[in-house]
Design a protein around this ligand. Structure first.
Ligand SMILES: [Zn+2]
Ligand SMILES: [Zn+2]
Length: 247
């Protein structure tokens, strides 16, 4: 059994030359899930799988740096083959679903389901649960449990998000780390050091810092995360990087 995460994009707020905006390819068993669809992540997704292999999409919130490339797979399902492809599930908060519908006929390509904190869905033998995050718009963190492995993704959040239920005992936590010590205060995003605290508090063994700012020394983010987080493996996300949740 395999369970892996590939970074499709990890740049905060907009895509840069170095990084696409937020997105991840989650693979477990034969299942491929696109988790957040920020600008640039569609092109990067195609480096790893054929879009016809995509089984489902999750969007954590409606902000453009997590959503805009979803219209690429929408059109690929409708127009990419001589015959329209089967719909695939798309899970997102209600206001994200509403905005997508206002923009395009997404019900033609997706089985749209609104999800919120406390909801659970099953996909390909995995249990996927959604957790409240602290962000200016409705945002869900995503926890995926498969074959004994646990992956947690904070999406965008301040330290007041439900990080405990999201990340408890996770083998891999991808945590946003938009800011650095001395920034703020800002309750809708986290400092790299706060990401590390969340990892330590919740017994996470592997922390990947993501939603990285484009104009900062990221070595400093890593350094600040390492301070006081002994025993946790910490690294910076990078587009194309793949992490095994279970070997
Ligand atoms: Zn964002
Ligand atoms: Zn956001």
């Amino acid at each position: 059994m395999s369970f892996s995460i590939t970074v499709l994009g990890c740049s905060a707020t907009f895509a840069t030359r170095e990084r696409a905006a937020s997105g991840y390819l989650v693979r477990f068993g034969d299942t491929s899930l696109w988790l957040d669809a920020g600008a640039g992540t569609w092109r990067n997704l195609l480096e790893h799988i054929d879009y016809q292999e995509l089984d489902a999409v999750i969007l954590t919130h409606r902000h453009p740096d997590h959503t805009t490339d979803v219209f690429q797979v929408h059109h690929a399902i409708l127009y990419g083959q001589p015959q329209r492809l089967p719909k695939i599930p798309l899970w997102a908060p209600q206001d994200t679903v509403d905005r997508l519908r206002a923009f395009a006929n997404v019900d033609d390509s997706f089985e749209m389901t609104a999800v919120g904190a406390g909801d659970e869905v099953n996909l390909g033998g995995a249990k996927i649960s959604f957790h409240h995050m602290a962000h200016p718009v409705e945002t869900v963190g995503v926890r995926i449990e498969y074959d004994g492995g646990v992956f947690a993704y904070t999406a965008d959040t301040g330290p007041g998000g439900d990080l405990g239920n999201l990340a408890k005992g996770a083998d891999l936590l991808i945590c946003e780390a938009t800011f650095q010590d001395g920034d703020g205060p800002w309750d809708g995003h986290m400092l790299a050091s706060e990401a590390a605290t969340a990892a330590v508090t919740n017994g996470v063994s592997h922390l990947v810092l993501s939603h990285l700012p484009s104009h900062r020394d990221l070595g400093l983010s890593l350094q600040q995360a390492h301070h006081g987080a002994h025993g946790v493996t910490i690294e910076l996300a990078a587009d194309g990087e793949r992490y095994e949740v279970i070997g």
